[in-house]
Design a binder for this molecule. Sequence first.
Ligand SMILES: [Zn+2]
Length: 906
Amino acid sequence: MRLFYVLLVLALAGPRPVIAAAAPGTQSTLAADRPTALAPNTTYDPKIPTLKAVLGYDAGERITPPEDLTVYLKALHAAAPERTALLEYARTWERRPLSVLIVASPERIAALDATKRDLQRLADPRGLAPADADAILARAPVVTWLMHAVHGDEVSSSDAALMEAYHLLAARGDAAVDAILRESIVIIDPLQNPDGRARFVSTNLQGEAATPDAEPYAVERDQPWPGGRYNHYLFDMNRDWFAQTQPETRGRAALYREFWPHVVVDLHEMSGESSYYFAPPADPINPLITKNQQKWFDAFGRANGAMFDARGFAYFIREVYDSFYPGYGESWPIFQGAVGMTYEQASARGLRYRREDGAVLSYHDGVLHHFTAAITTAETAAKNRAAILRDFYDYRRSAVSEGETGPVREYLLVPGVDPSRAERLARLLATQGIEVSRAVEPFRLGARTLPAGTWLVPAAQPSGRLVRNLLDREILQPEAFLKEQDRRRVKRLGDQIYDVTAWSLPLAFDVEVVTVDRPTAVKATPMAQYLAAVESTAQAAAGAPAGAPPKVGFLVPWGSATASLVADALRQGIRLRSADLPFTLGGRAYVAGTVLARTAENAATMPAALAALARTHGVELVRIDTAFVDSGMSLGSGSMVSLKAPRVVMLWDTGTQPMSAGWTRYTLERRFGQPVTAVRVGSLGRVDLTRVDVLVLPSGTYTTIAGDGLRRIKDWINAGGTLITIAEASRWAARDNVGLLSTSTELKGGKPEGEPPSADKPGDKDTKEGSASAGPIDFEKAIQPERERPDGTPGALLRVTLDPEHWLSSGTDGEIQAMVEGPRIFTPLKLDKGRNVGIYGKGDALVASGLVWSDGRTQYASKPYLMDQPLGGGHVIAFAEDPNYRAFTEATSLLFINAVLLGPAH
Ligand SMILES: [Zn+2]
């Protein structure tokens, strides 16, 4: 389920779908008068163990916990080893296994490696002779990948997965199952998010009543913070496919590239008031989805529809669930050539759920519907094996040929002031099967020379449509769709935009991308070869003697990788300084933020230790034997501030928004290796703040922090603390009764949010009504609300200009793009209150990518994105938006880590 649109499902569905044929005034389960057998009239092989034999209950009677899913899969594998393979593809952060059960004919299981080679050959058809291609197409299976429960509280699909596996292995004399085994390989991933499901099952069991409670707000389904939807770091992994930040997603993508499946289904749950959703998807459809793929959405949808009609299950199509953002579990496979589809079942969020219409939806209903859709899909894929394989092969070939004839032949990623970000982006592309190589020498491009180390991404490659999705500045939504959304917005009907409208990775990383209309001829090293070379150089250097220490020390230009190195080095006790201003030394220009490790200030072991860290983090160390600068700031200047290992606390639990809290913690601990203590909002009062340097408030509402608690925070800031507020936390900090930040959020039209509405002022009202009754009114004007928050921006990348003379901008080129989402616009700080370090662009320089409504374009212009307000000896650093959005907005994450690492030094 995509959380925010639960209510929309109902609003959009028109007449509420009738699911139950319950008599008026009675309660009945949805399927009370219908056969509830998963597959009626099927005979099962008693040698294959049933769920009851292994776990003690029938399908749908209990919510199977993660570890028991594995127990049953192992039992099935043990009973039918010749027709199954059980593969563990990753471990979660909480060390739970992620596994798939592969089901196929004994011949296919015996020759799995050869089959994989065939599948990989089809996925890269370059140089494949037509006769060889035909031979592979004739013998290869169609691969159907069924992925369940990426959202841990969308529980029924995992139990359906167990039944899918049982049915495929145990059904006897079933023509559909025979066809599936003959024509296909079915890969069943019963649980994409074990940590989230474990969290849900735990609170569900703790809240369990004597008999399952169907009340919507019963404690067993009313999940405490953060809920089971997310993984350990509270990521929505159905948004993580191209960002690849989580081990679960990385493991899946790696396994994906072994099999290159042709049909991929991501099975979810949605509101219990809804019915069942399958393809074809709603508008907008990503324009890089081919007509052929849309043809298959329709074919699979019709097959599912026919089966659901036959069994009397309600469903809807072409509503709510769009296919636009390329990071979903359905869409990333689409841009690799698969028929990718999302299925959604109304959730009982427990064993029984009483719907508004009085009918009771059961867990078993969910298992039944998901099982039916999944098996029907596998059957449809098997029946169409030859055509689907041929279309997949054509997809990968046409991606190459389109890249050879399109306007962009190659994307060049140029290492800028922080080369580590371009490299990180290049590596990220490579991990998802995109071909990337690295220029070994500088090369000319028109009047310009691009440096060695420029990354080349050819458009002509089998994953070319994924390349375009990730590297183009913008993927456009259809005009008609946008017009309709604007009409709905003006009428306050709410838009039908499902997710963010921008994600361009070069913008999010702030890496310059140059597109060329013919391939560059420069000599380049493929990524795999480059990585091997880096590895062997590091190994050789690790054993080498460190050499004499430099007279002065080492310089390290600031950037994302340097920030990770600094966090590590400070923790090891290495003393570091950071330059607030740029300088030139030995003919080389150094950016603000550049780090100095002085030989005289450190132990004799420093050079070796720092060199090891530089190899780990891929950072350049520059030895210097003189501190006599050519120009700019001196290395002994007061502006060469001393860094200290910051003791960081962040707020956690109720009050914080789970994803923001999760992104913050992940970014600190895992992205930059900066330890952080997560503290529940309610426990902040117990923290000895004298032991804290940095306090981070993720987006959230902190009304419980008031009175003494608030005073303690102010005293701590005055004494030198660095408070960092994110998004809604910044709104909270700016409230009059909080007073941490001398700004305010704006209403629509620019009025400050704190000011009372004129209509509420005494005496105002009568006058207004009097004048209104005097003559005809301007209706449109009369219905406009007095006080309204700005229209929410549905996830766009906006340009932010940074103050080059402020240390928070270290490692940037003075302009970045920030992900902006929601209705939050701040007035700038006055000069006597603080610095507006980052402000949104204006006019054409505002929107870098994505959709911003016309009112917003005016109102965002020149408003602050990043503020620094001193308070006594410390300061408040406020972000208007979440800088760590889904952990793929690398450029703004750099600003965030700058605040954490450099803030306490200022
Ligand atoms: Zn979901």
